[in-house]
Write a new protein. Structure first.
Length: 175
């Protein structure tokens, strides 16, 4: 059945291509987050184990939403590891087992890459493809990744947090 939602087939295909890139990055990030959830050790095990569970559960929901958005546009979402790897901007780190801190740093880097991509895609879907619905949808995803990145950066900041008195003096001195 044909679809008539105010977007040409070319516009819908352009948006579908973008959404499949988003889906690919999200799937790779999900895999990394789950792997780190399983492998983390050390004094921050419980904190990171629980945080990453929250993150991979949220990623699972957003992955499904992206795939459904593709279908709403009459496209088909990618669904193979090969497809995800070929379309992702994120990279794997096969064969290594980083420290807990390095795991957090890598996830921050990945979330920030996704955020930068989403900023570009928001503009592209709105300006080039005239699909404000997908632009709004991607903005929501971007906000979710911003929150996850913030939580991870806060963990890293806490690891190197200066004693209260010194930190307070630095904050007051910067005002």
């Amino acid at each position: 059945m044909s679809i008539n939602i105010g977007l040409s087939e070319q516009e819908r295909q352009g948006v579908t291509d973008i959404l499949n890139k988003v889906l690919s990055d999200a799937y790779l990030l999900l895999i990394k987050t789950k792997k780190y959830h399983w492998d983390v050790v050390g004094p921050q095990f419980r904190t990171l184990h629980e945080l990453w569970k929250e993150h991979y559960e949220a990623l699972t929901i957003s992955i499904d939403a992206v795939a459904e958005r593709v279908r709403m546009l009459n496209g088909y979402p990618l669904g193979t590891a090969e497809g995800f790897l070929n379309n992702a901007s994120l990279k794997e780190h096969p064969g290594d087992l980083p420290s807990a801190e390095e795991m957090v740093k890598r996830l921050v880097t990945d979330h920030e890459q996704i955020i930068r991509n989403l900023r570009e895609y928001v503009d592209q879907t709105s300006e080039e493809f005239h699909d404000e619905g997908t632009s709004d949808f991607l903005t929501g995803l971007m906000e979710e990744h911003e929150e996850m990145a913030w939580m991870l950066r806060s963990f890293l900041d806490g690891e190197s947090f200066a004693p209260s008195g010194k930190r307070d003096k630095e904050l007051v001195g910067n005002k």
